[in-house]
Write a protein that binds this ligand. Structure first.
Ligand SMILES: Nc1nc2c(ncn2[C@@H]2O[C@H](COP(=O)(O)OP(=O)(O)OP(=O)(O)O)[C@@H](O)[C@H]2O)c(=O)[nH]1
Length: 312
């Protein structure tokens, strides 16, 4: 029976030696007792170089020779401190690592009653690449669902969600907020005179112009056919007027070159400026829309505040 066990042990060892997956054993004082060739190869060294060294030694050797596993820190002490909280933290651990050859490995770490540790690795590069592709396509889909296809700015749904969230934040500080609706003037004439494709290009052109004039934290989106909207959190009347006027002027003064023609377009801007505490998204929209109606009635190509709110 004893002989059988020994034979079996030898057989097992032979298989471990030639296995493509890595095997390593650390003693209770963290010295590497044994590793097969596959394990050593994953770390970028020969087994003879690694056997006998401590866990910390091996990590340091790999780190200093830019071999072994990738890490997000360039400070060895930070890395060792981090690993010391994980290493031996449980009887059984599973984790994934990527080496400098861009191969991914699933590690299992098993601790026995004497404190010895067996490490096994399994190559999971293919699964990992697939997983990353899936995550990328999920992000792309999410992005597509939030972006207006024609102008590549936020679509209505994304815009409204972002404004609702920002409005909620502004309410906590009782900030004044501004909401503007930009509606292109006589846009139908552009489609009628130059064709729908030209109209599309004008919309793209306008979106680009407006985007350039806004700050990163302003919220901008296309909320309808030829209608865009801007939300400014924590703002003052002079600032809103300045931004709105800049947008109006930029659009009026920057024609689009199209097939040898120069297409000019203007925009009317309706503005709601009010306290975030007392107003909801529909309030802001309705006030800006009423102001827009006045701007159109008063001759277009102008910025118009919602009357009552301006005096608030
Ligand atoms: N090219 C193009 N045209 C669009 C798009 N969405 C809406 N439109 C057009 O925009 C025009 C809007 O026309 P109206 O609502 O009558 O307004 P307007 O001609 O801009 O006139 P005012 O707003 O009163 O100044 C319509 O002709 C729509 O077909 C789009 O994605 N592309």
């Amino acid at each position: 029976m004893a002989a059988d066990r020994e034979q079996l042990g030898n057989k097992l060892f032979e298989f471990v030696e030639i296995n493509e997956e890595g095997y390593a054993i650390f003693d209770a004082r963290d010295h590497l007792l044994y590793c097969n060739r596959a394990y050593a190869r994953i770390l970028g060294f020969d087994a003879e170089v690694l056997i006998g060294r401590t866990f910390v030694d091996i990590i340091s050797l790999c780190f200093n020779s830019n071999k072994g596993f990738k890490t997000d820190t360039d400070d060895l002490d930070v890395l060792l401190a981090r690993l010391s909280t994980q290493w031996r933290s449980d009887y059984y651990r599973l984790f994934e690592m990527q080496n400098h050859e861009n191969q991914w490995f699933l590690f299992s770490e098993i601790k026995n009653a004497s404190g010895e540790i067996l490490i096994q690795t399994k190559q999971v590069t293919e699964q990992k690449v697939l997983e990353q592709k899936l995550l990328e396509s999920r992000d792309n889909l999410r992005q597509l669902a939030l972006t207006d296809e024609l102008t590549q700015v936020a679509n209505r749904r994304c815009f409204v969600d972002s404004v609702e969230a920002e409005l909620h934040r502004c309410r906590r500080h009782n900030y004044r907020v501004a909401y503007m609706i930009l509606d292109l003037d006589h846009f139908k004439r552009i489609n009628d005179s130059y064709g729908h494709q030209a109209g599309d290009m004008v919309l793209q052109h306008v979106a680009k112009l407006v985007k350039k004039l806004l700050r990163n934290y302003d919220i901008f989106g296309r909320i309808g056919g030829e209608e865009f909207a801007v939300f400014l959190g924590r703002t003052r009347v002079e600032e809103v007027l300045l931004i709105a006027e800049r947008i109006r002027e930029a659009i009026a003064d920057t024609p689009l070159s199209y097939n040898g023609d120069s297409i000019r377009v203007t925009t009317s801007i309706g503005i709601s400026l009010c306290t975030s505490v007392a107003h909801t998204y529909p309030d802001l929209y309705n006030q800006a829309d009423q102001a827009l109606y006045q701007a159109k009635a008063n001759g277009r190509n102008m910025c118009q505040f919602h009357q009552t709110e301006h005096q608030e």
